[in-house]
Design a protein around this ligand. Structure first.
Ligand code: ADP
Length: 483
């Protein structure tokens, strides 16, 4: 069992109390690298979700002013950094990623709290005059209401933290449902929020199965925003379920990121960027390059350079400082990645490195997948349509700019995309036409707190981070005053 000063209790936080009432069943949290049991958490259900929503709604009546809320955010920022080591340990133990990546995740999460703490100005009312009108017009931003946050297991602290920080600045009450694989990071964050002095009952954490809790969150009229990060399939379900009570949905869904390397690219930069982007979190992020398109004249050079680097990557337990790639989240994730690789190979792709791993060991755990390089991928293969979510680079070649642009945009998804070229005009042309909400031009950098991040097409609705990210949790109200 995991002992941690940040986890004095491993339970749900409902109406200001860490509760162990639940529905009678226990959620068993395991280390994906070893199978070790980390925690047993009493599972909450629909009734608990309802109590949490009602607590969040009632507490909103007493929500402090924006200046005070900014103080809470600043305090959480400090607490996250003060507890960086311990939080990183919790993330790695329950999620599997290398410890150094968990450190980055903690810092990244903390940066959202600092960013939103500094943007109370975004809440200021805007008075304005209408020509030839004697009336006074003022636009206000009001808290949207209770926000339900449903978050995934790949960045268990950051995906929750970025929503939490924005919603709190907006003045909303919160009900969070973390992924069942990784609830401990969420529990630690809520324990720190409590230490920061956030009014009791305003922020609630409901740990339990997706179905009854999700149904309650989508149907309860007090929930005004469903803020979700996860698969497109579940995102669509949440839209449908939220329709009856006309909730706002803020959805960060799956991607199918194109990574385009033109013949005039700085190839070393492209390769370095791909390595960082692709193997982060063992390839299990929605901004990981999914389809690598390289100009046909560079294909053999790319193969050589990647072929040099992949064998040096160390796969293992994330707690080991030497590890570059941790386990996949569970054996079914392993099976999915392996089936995508096998499908590609059966359709003519060539295995240049990795692949053919042994199945996860006898127990259910340790789903380690080797870094894998596939050349000759194309749109006839599943891995060009589905998120790989594993450490597999799939490379296709192209000839013409218009051809690769059409192929990149042919996906229903449009989250991240990357373009590598030294020709500025070509770069601008491509970026302008690429249907992705986050585009790296000669960079594979991910999001940052001050910039809006989100997807086009089936990759989502709304943005996280930046002023746009705050607006997700605000209602705009126009007041017209007779003078
Ligand atoms: P992933 O494939 O990355 O696990 P999911 O979309 O399945 O992505 O899960 C993301 C989050 O959505 C998790 O917290 C999961 O428990 C939750 N979830 C899954 N199914 C539902 C559902 N039917 N209703 C509400 N939440 C759900």
């Amino acid at each position: 069992m995991l002992e941690s000063p940040l986890l004095p209790q491993t339970r749900s936080l409902i109406a200001g109390e860490w509760t162990d009432e639940g529905e009678g069943t226990l959620l068993r949290v395991k280390n994906p690298a070893t199978g070790e049991l980390l925690a047993e958490i009493p599972e909450a259900g629909a009734r608990d979700a309802r109590r949490a929503i009602e607590s969040a709604r009632a507490s909103m009546a007493l929500v402090p002013d924006p200046g005070r809320r900014a103080l809470y955010l600043n305090r959480i920022h400090e607490l996250l950094l003060e507890n960086r080591e311990e939080l990183a340990r919790i993330i790695t133990l329950e999620q599997g990623k290398p410890l150094r990546e968990s450190h980055i995740e903690v810092e990244y999460t903390a940066a959202f709290f600092r960013f939103f703490a500094g943007r109370t100005d975004l809440l200021d009312p805007h008075p304005f005059a209408v020509p030839n009108s004697p009336l006074r017009w003022v636009v206000h931003h009001r808290p949207a209401g209770v926000v339900a946050m449903i978050t995934p297991w790949n960045l268990p602290l950051a995906m929750l933290g970025k929503k939490f920080a924005a919603a709190l600045l907006a003045g909303c009450g919160v009900v969070s449902k973390p992924a069942p694989e990784t609830p401990l990071s969420a529990i630690a964050l809520f324990a720190l929020a409590e230490r920061a002095g956030i009014p009791s009952g305003l922020v609630n954490l409901v740990v339990g199965p997706a179905e009854p809790i999700g149904v309650e969150l989508c149907s309860h009229p007090a929930v005004r925003v469903i803020s979700f990060t996860g698969s497109t399939e579940v995102g669509k379900l949440l839209i449908r379920r939220s329709a009856d009570s006309v909730k706002r949905v803020s959805l960060e869904l799956g991607g199918n990121a194109p990574f385009i390397v033109f013949e005039d690219a700085d190839l070393e930069l492209a390769v370095e960027s791909l390595m960082v982007n692709k193997f982060r979190c063992a390839g299990q992020t929605c901004i990981c390059a999914n389809r690598v398109f390289v100009h046909e004249t560079l294909a053999s050079e790319l193969l050589m350079r990647l072929g040099d680097k992949l064998p040096k990557l160390v796969v293992g337990n994330g707690m080991d400082p030497a590890t570059d790639i941790g386990p996949l989240i569970d054996p079914s994730a392993w099976e999915k990645v392996d089936s995508l690789v096998k499908d590609a190979l059966s359709k003519g792709a060539k295995l240049a490195h990795g692949g053919n791993p042994d199945r996860p060991r006898g127990s259910d755990w340790g789903a380690f997948y080797p870094p894998t390089l596939i050349m000759g991928a194309n749109e006839g293969m599943r891995l060009f349509h589905e998120e790989i979510f594993g450490p597999v680079i799939a490379v296709a070649t192209f000839r013409e700019d218009e051809e690769v642009l059409a192929r990149a945009n042919s996906s229903q998804h449009g989250l991240a995309g990357y373009v590598f070229t030294k020709d500025a005009a070509r770069g601008t042309r491509m970026v302008t036409k690429l249907q992705c909400g986050h585009v790296g031009l000669n960079s594979s950098s991910g999001p940052t707190p001050s910039a809006p991040f989100g997807g086009m097409k089936a990759s989502g609705i709304g943005r996280e981070g930046g002023a746009e990210g705050l607006m997700e949790y605000l209602e705009t109200q126009t007041v017209v005053e007779g003078i």
